[in-house]
Design a binder for this molecule. Structure first.
Ligand SMILES: NC(=O)c1ccc[n+]([C@@H]2O[C@H](COP(=O)([O-])OP(=O)(O)OC[C@H]3O[C@@H](n4cnc5c(N)ncnc54)[C@H](OP(=O)(O)O)[C@@H]3O)[C@@H](O)[C@H]2O)c1
Length: 313
C-alpha cells in the first residue's frame, strides 16, 4: 500500500495530539474521487473533533485525519463518477465523519465536489467550503434572508461570519455586525453598522431586526431575543436556542447542524466568486506541518476570516 504525509490524531486531546506522519494513501470507491490536496483550512469543528467533543455525535475510529476543506486536483475517480476526471481542479467539503483533508490525498464523494473558482488559487478556494455551506444553510435555506431585511451577525469577522456578511449583502439585506479587535475588517467588508462587543451591549443599540445569526452562543445568544422584531428568527450554529424563549418573545429559532446539497451549492458559489460577489479573506497561511499552531490560533477566537494550511508549495 502506498503512503502519504498526513496529520493524524491517535487520541483525543490538546493540539499536541496532532501528529504529522506517514499514513496509508486512500483509494476512491464507487461514486468517490481521490483529490491531491493543495490546500486545506482550519475550522473550530476540527478542534472539537480533536478534543473528543464530537465523538458523542459521530462514531470515529482512531487514528483519524481531520480537515473538512480541500482545494486540489483530482488524481483518480471511482466507478460511476462521470462529472469529474483526473487533472480537474476542484474544491470540496471533506471529512466530517471520515478521514479528512489534513493530508496529501483525500477521498470525497463526488456529490460534495465542485470545479474550483477560476479566479482564485487553491489557498483561497480552500478557505470557502465549510464556512460558506454553514452561512448558506443559515441565511439562505433557514432564514431565507431577503432584500430590505436587517440581519445582526454575531462573530461577523470570523470564518463563517465574513462570508455570511457577503451572502447577506448579496441578498440585499442591511448588515449589523459584532467584533472587537477585528472591527476595522467589518468596515472593510462594508458592514452597515459595526458594534464592538467588548465595549457595547448590542441589545442597547440594536432593535427590530429580522434575523440574528448567532456564531457565538452562550450569553450572546440569550441576550439576542429582545433585538428581534415579532416573527423574526434567531439562527445559531453554536447551540440550539430555547424553544420556550422563542415562543415567549413571539419569534422563531433554528439550530444549524446540517448542510445544503454540497456540490450544488459549491457550484453556485463558484459563479458568485468568479463574478466578484463573494471573496474569502485568508489572514494566515501555514504549512500543514504547523497544524498545532493553526489550532492554537483558531482556539484564540480572534481569527480574521480564515486560516489556511498549504499542502503543496
Ligand atoms: N453547526 C454547524 O454546522 C457549524 C458550522 C460551522 C461553524 N460552526 C460554529 O460556528 C462558530 C463560528 O465559526 P467560525 O468558523 O466563524 O469561527 P471563528 O472563525 O473562530 O470565529 C472567530 C471570530 O469570532 C469573533 N468573536 C469571538 N467572540 C465573540 C463575541 N463574544 N461576540 C462577537 N464576536 C466574537 C472574533 O471577533 P474579534 O476577533 O473581533 O473579537 C473572531 O473574528 C463556531 O462556534 C463553530 O464551531 C458550526
Amino acid at each position: 500500500m502506498s503512503s502519504m504525509k498526513a496529520v493524524r490524531i491517535h487520541a483525543y486531546g490538546s493540539p499536541d495530539v496532532l501528529t504529522y506522519e506517514d499514513a496509508p494513501r486512500p483509494t476512491a470507491s464507487e461514486g468517490e474521487v481521490l483529490i491531491r490536496v493543495y490546500a486545506t483550512s482550519v475550522n473550530p469543528f476540527d478542534c472539537a473533533v480533536r478534543a473528543g467533543y464530537m465523538s458523542a455525535y459521530f462514531s470515529y475510529s482512531l487514528p483519524l485525519i481531520l480537515g473538512t476543506d480541500v482545494s486540489g486536483i483530482i488524481e483518480t475517480v471511482g466507478d460511476g463518477v462521470t462529472d469529474f476526471g483526473p487533472g480537474d481542479s476542484v474544491y470540496a467539503r471533506a471529512g466530517v465523519t471520515r478521514d479528512g483533508a489534513y493530508a496529501e490525498y483525500v477521498v470525497v464523494p463526488a456529490s460534495d465536489v465542485a470545479a474550483k473558482p477560476q479566479s482564485l488559487d487553491h489557498i483561497n478556494s480552500a478557505a470557502i467550503p465549510h464556512v460558506i455551506l454553514t452561512a448558506w444553510q443559515a441565511l439562505i435555506e433557514v432564514a431565507d434572508l431577503s432584500k430590505g431585511q436587517t440581519v445582526l451577525i454575531h462573530g461577523a469577522a470570523g470564518g463563517v461570519g465574513h462570508l455570511a456578511v457577503q451572502l447577506a449583502q448579496w441578498r440585499g439585506a442591511e448588515v449589523i455586525g459584532t467584533a472587537s479587535v477585528n472591527l476595522d475588517f467589518l468596515r472593510e467588508l462594508g458592514v452597515d453598522e459595526t458594534i464592538d462587543y467588548s465595549t457595547t451591549r448590542f441589545e442597547e443599540v440594536v432593535s427590530e431586526v429580522d434575523v440574528v445569526l448567532d456564531l457565538v452562543g452562550g450569553d450572546t445568544q440569550q441576550r439576542s431575543w429582545s433585538v428581534l422584531k415579532p416573527g423574526g428568527i434567531l439562527v445559531s450554529t453554536v447551540q440550539p436556542p430555547s424553544e420556550e424563549a422563542a415562543a415567549a418573545h413571539g419569534v422563531r429559532q433554528q439550530f444549524v447542524s446540517s448542510t445544503p446539497p454540497i456540490g450544488k451549492v459549491l457550484t453556485e458559489v463558484v459563479t458568485m466568486v468568479d463574478a466578484g460577489q463573494i471573496k474569502p479573506v485568508v489572514s494566515t497561511i501555514l504549512p500543514l506541518q504547523e497544524i498545532r499552531k493553526a489550532h492554537e490560533l483558531i482556539e484564540g477566537r480572534h481569527t480574521r476570516g480564515k486560516i489556511v494550511l498549504r499542502v503543496v508549495n
